[in-house]
Design a protein around this ligand. Structure first.
Ligand SMILES: *Cc1c(COP(=O)(O)O)cnc(C)c1O
Length: 388
């Protein structure tokens, strides 16, 4: 089963083409390498991709930065609470703490592994200010239900769409559903990448204005505008103690071409997911949930769960894959198990039975566009060797 002569197949790899490389070189030779014309073009192209002229796109140097800016712009602060899922990466929750507010972690739905809608409603207190859903693995959260809860309780909604590009709900792209803000990630292993980067999108002009100012030091006018305006101006005003969250043109150069390739990337990811589903259907595995008919799953992650009758544990499974030269991962060690979150809020595994059970059994298999068909078959053979 394990063939040590084959090179190691990593869990994730970026897919960078010649167009991306040429665009980066062009940027390097252009004389403008930080935030400038390409970041602006990338924002415009992203808005076109979302297909909604009312949406403002704000390029940032990470999704974490974008989430922080969105929460800052809604005025989150000490005494406020934000409801999110325990089954996520710490970035979703840490940004709440940056602003001195508190996180209310809730359990997940055992089928979708997305935030449990009923648990959101049960966690609302007079201090609740916002809900932060995460479209886990690239499958949309039921945002119609989330937005309905938010409307009834007067709450803001900022969705962490780090996995959800492109994902649809009832044929509408995540990012266009009318949340206060949606934030995408272009981290190296995401469905498209700029190395590091993110995009905050919103239809709220006030929120957009605040986020743009706070993205660059709280400056009322950004550097590129100042140096390239028809009437050159050295003058600017600082209106708040802002952050340094702008996306460089070097990164935006990558993003311009990755975005063009995104539909093809999604198709390839879906093709690999379908091949896995077919090849694993007789194994003691719970396969990932599908998007409803007609909707798009971004397939950022392909997450399987070992069934009750699986012959080996999750940890032994991952060791077996590694011995076969294949990298796997686990998404996620839920937040309630990390010392910081556990101790700050006195959390126990019993409070999150679905997330806990999922955590103990989940494995993320390699799924990325740079995989060849032979790589896909190699993963299948290794999984079948361990479980069939
Ligand atoms: C990757 C990721 C983030 C953070 O994205 P960065 O661009 O690395 O800041 C946030 N939330 C989730 C769920 C992620 O997977």
């Amino acid at each position: 089963m394990s063939d040590s002569k084959q090179p190691f197949l990593p869990f994730a790899l970026p897919d960078i083409g010649e167009d991306e490389i040429a665009e980066v070189v062009d940027t390097l030779k252009s004389g403008w390498i930080t935030t400038g014309p390409k970041a602006k073009r990338f924002e415009q192209a992203f808005a076109e991709f979302l297909g909604d002229p009312q949406i403002e796109c704000i390029a940032v140097n990470s999704a974490t930065a974008g989430l922080h800016l969105a929460l800052e712009a809604i005025g989150l602060g000490p005494g406020d609470e934000v409801i999110t899922t325990t089954h996520t990466f710490t970035a979703t929750a840490e940004v709440v703490r940056y602003l001195g507010a508190d996180v209310k972690l809730v359990d997940i739905d055992p089928t979708t592994l997305n935030i449990d809608i009923a648990a959101i409603e049960a966690a609302i207190t007079p201090r609740t200010k916002a809900i932060m859903p995460v479209h886990y693995a690239g499958l949309a959260v039921d945002m119609i239900a989330v937005l309905d809860i938010a409307r009834r309780h007067g709450l803001r909604v900022i969705d962490d769409a780090a996995h959800a590009l492109p994902t649809t709900l009832e044929k509408e792209l995540i990012g266009t559903l009318g949340t206060d803000a949606t934030v995408f990630s272009f981290y190296a292993n995401k469905t498209m990448t700029t190395g590091e980067g993110g995009m905050l999108v919103t239809r709220n002009p006030e929120l957009a204005k605040r986020a743009r100012i706070m993205r660059l030091h709280g400056m009322s006018r950004d550097a590129f505008d100042r140096f390239t305006a028809k009437v050159p101006s050295w003058y600017y005003e600082i209106v708040a103690p802002g952050f340094k969250y702008n996306l460089t043109d070097i990164a935006a150069a990558l993003g311009l071409h990755q975005l063009k390739r995104l539909p093809a990337f999604q198709q390839r990811r879906e093709q690999i997911a379908n091949r896995f589903n077919e090849a694993f259907s007789d194994l003691p595995l719970i396969l990932p949930p599908q998007a409803p008919e007609g909707d798009t799953h971004a397939w950022h992650l392909y997450v399987v769960r070992l069934a009750d009758d699986a012959p080996i544990t999750r940890d032994v499974f991952i060791e077996g894959m590694f011995a076969a030269g294949i990298g796997c991962s686990v998404h996620y060690v839920p937040l309630h198990l990390h010392p910081y979150w556990r101790d700050r809020y006195g959390l126990t595994a019993e409070q999150f039975p679905q997330s806990q059970k999922a955590f103990e059994r989940t494995v993320s298999l390699p799924l990325y566009t740079a995989m060849s068909d032979a790589d896909v078959e190699r993963v299948i053979a290794a999984v079948r060797g361990l479980l069939a």
